[in-house]
Write a protein that binds this ligand. Structure first.
Ligand SMILES: [Zn+2]
Length: 217
């Protein structure tokens, strides 16, 4: 199985990707993790990438595709791509590359979330400024409200999770992802799943969708 997950920040792609990988024995390819590990490994490609990251610049699409290709060719099993592609150019370049190495995507799963649910997920996020442990007042509350379980520091809201910033992030996502979603929808092997429910319900729905898709594949 080779698949990609699309969805706005807060849709639960990362956690669902881990669950999908456990269930179907796949490798989780998160673009952020790949960049970090490549940078740490100090490979020739990693060194080129490090210059961009260390200078706070976005890694150019062609380097990212090169990196993805290297990763994917090294895999002995299928994968779940999470956090990539983020633009139409990236989607097209990724598609070309995967066809060239005879490993096209077999499913693109598009996560959608009701707007009120998405806002609530962000509003509830808290982080410890000391040890960076993440909490959520609904789904992962600390033992004592407002304080870190590990060191007792007062929890804070990250700048990225402030309501205005969140609204902007979601708007930007929707604008840049609309053509990506249209691109995959016309290619086929594209399914949408509403991930507004509880983690448990969403996991069951996601796994069901994947099973049914690959039964017909
Ligand atoms: Zn802490």
């Amino acid at each position: 199985m080779r698949m990609a997950l699309l969805g706005p920040p807060g849709a639960g792609k990362g956690t669902q990707a881990s669950r999908i990988c456990q269930t179907f024995d796949l490798v989780h390819l998160s673009s952020g993790d790949i960049l970090r590990s490549e940078k740490m490994a100090g490979t020739p490609l990693g060194l080129r990438i490090r210059d961009f990251i260390d200078n706070g610049l976005l890694v150019p699409d062609h380097l990212m595709i090169e990196l993805m290709q290297e990763k994917i060719l090294g895999l002995a099993k299928g994968f779940v791509l999470d956090g990539y592609p983020r633009t139409l150019n990236q989607a097209q370049a990724l598609n070309r590359m995967l066809f060239e190495v005879h490993r096209p995507l077999m499913l693109v799963l598009n996560f959608v979330v009701d707007p009120e649910v998405l806002s609530r997920r962000f509003e509830g996020r808290r982080i410890c400024p000391e040890c960076l442990t993440a909490y959520h007042i609904d789904s992962m509350p600390p033992k004592v409200a407002g304080f870190c379980d590990l060191d007792g520091k007062a929890l804070i809201i990250r700048e990225d999770d402030l309501p205005d910033v969140v609204r902007k992030r979601i708007e930007t996502y929707q604008e840049t992802m609309a053509p990506v979603i249209a691109f995959y929808a016309q290619l086929g092997n594209f399914k949408t799943v509403n991930t507004s429910g509880s983690f448990k319900d969403v996991t069951r729905m996601v796994l069901d969708k994947i099973r049914r898709h690959f039964e017909d594949f």
